[in-house]
Design a protein around this ligand. Structure first.
Ligand code: ADP
Length: 397
């Protein structure tokens, strides 16, 4: 059985075809610049061979049509016939409070997804466009929505209600939702396998450290606290996002810089974080190189990030009442041994004890702790596409 996984952004579309027998991607690719000049589809087969297809890709329906053509191309395709696709799994950023798990998409779900648009005006519209395009191009193939927010619906009100008038929660839906749920769920399940213990017995802290970054406290496989909030801007300082701030700073900057609401929103999401502090780049590899060459603000950006992550780990250890394992995942978490080592400094009080040699690992599932460490430190590459395929497979069977 093969599942097509679709992840639509406003001007991009990522896809993978996953063979559920082997759990491997047999084809994948990326459409960029949808609706813009210079649109392009880059398609790879299971061996990594690349095909670049340039075409006028005016909208998501055209993008899906091109992807489907690429998948069955006699030259670089990965399927003989589109009928081999048994289901389509869509990443949907925001499911609000309506969705606490993945769902098969029907008319009622589409209506509810549209109602969630005001909570994620940048993300949900392209997700919906991708679903509608697939419905048009692949009628009759079951489609499933997998939400970034769903995993965190197990948080309790004392985690998700802000110190605002309670009416605002009821009227506007203002509460903590949390994001990266598919990734936190996937790595927590893999952690149980790696530790050879039932997930129901484990207290885990999952650190998804990529361009966007969030931390999640997971007890018995359930999210009980997470660092992103009403939007993915909250929590850790990230590549270009500020992370948590004194809320008074927002209005102060708006006044000083004469920013409109949209300008302020754009500023906090794209000009802040490690980019804003370092002035070098939003890419942690560039920042690490600059810091090694003595760039002080690059060093400061890394120090802030490391300090932020450690603070959350400490807080979540308190929330969980102990920690069995800390998981590092996503670009920085999976690849940067120095960042993992810096974060784990001073965490010996919760039982963390890194093995410097093992910690050199990149993008592999490895327990990088010393044999007797009370709290294990795990590197687990995330695989949100596989998680979406697994949930789709389960629901359509
Ligand atoms: P996203 O999916 O949020 O765009 P990723 O999970 O791909 O992000 O992570 C991207 C980040 O990971 C970038 O900042 C990149 O520099 C960082 N990264 C990747 N490899 C390394 C590495 N070897 N050392 C440090 N940072 C790395």
């Amino acid at each position: 059985m093969k599942i097509l996984v679709i992840n639509c952004g406003s001007s991009s579309l990522k896809y993978q075809v996953i063979d559920m027998a082997t759990k491997n991607a047999i084809g994948k690719g990326l459409v960029e610049r949808i609706g813009l000049p210079g649109s392009v589809l880059t398609h790879r087969n299971g061996f990594g061979d690349k095909e670049v297809i340039t075409a006028e890709i005016t909208n998501h329906t055209v993008a899906i049509k091109l992807v489907l053509e690429a998948l069955v191309s006699p030259i670089y395709g990965v399927l003989k016939d589109l009928k081999e696709i048994c289901g389509i799994g869509h990443r949907v950023v925001h499911g609000g409070e309506k969705f606490s798990k993945s769902v098969v998409i029907d008319e009622g779900v589409m209506k509810a997804l549209k109602e969630c648009v005001e909570l994620a005006p940048l993300h949900n519209p392209p997700n919906i466009a991708g679903i509608m395009a697939c419905q048009k191009m692949m009628p009759g193939v079951p489609q499933v929505a997998v939400f970034d927010t769903a995993f965190h619906q197990t948080m309790r009100p004392n985690s998700y209600i802000y110190g605002l008038p309670y009416d605002y929660y009821k009227k506007y839906g203002i509460r903590k939702y949390g994001f990266h749920g598919t990734s936190h769920k996937y790595v927590s399940q893999r952690a149980a396998v790696l530790l050879q213990k039932p997930l129901s017995d484990l207290k885990l802290i999952s650190c998804h450290l990529g361009n966007g970054a969030s931390i999640c406290a997971i007890r018995g496989g359930k999210s009980i606290e997470t660092s992103m909030g009403f939007t993915p801007l909250d929590g850790l300082m990230m590549g270009t996002r500020s992370g948590a701030l004194d809320p008074a700073i927002v209005t102060y900057i708006m006044c000083r810089e004469n920013f409109t609401v949209d300008q302020m929103n754009d500023f906090l999401n794209t000009k802040c974080g490690a980019l804003g502090v370092s002035g070098v780049s939003s890419d942690f590899r560039d920042i690490e190189v600059a810091a090694e060459q003595g760039h002080e603000r690059a060093r400061l950006a890394l120090d802030i990030f490391e300090h932020d992550v450690r603070q959350f780990i400490g807080a979540y250890a308190a929330v969980l009442g102990g920690v069995d394992a800390i998981i590092f995942t996503a670009g920085v978490g999976e690849n940067s041994g120095p960042m993992r080592e810096a974060i784990c400094k001073n965490l010996d009080y919760i039982g963390v004890d890194l093995d410097a040699e093992k910690n050199k690992v990149r993008s592999e599932e490895v327990d990088v702790s010393k044999p007797n460490a009370r709290c294990r430190t795990l590197v687990i590459p995330t695989n949100e596409e596989l998680m979406i395929a697994l949930e789709t497979h389960e629901l359509i069977q």
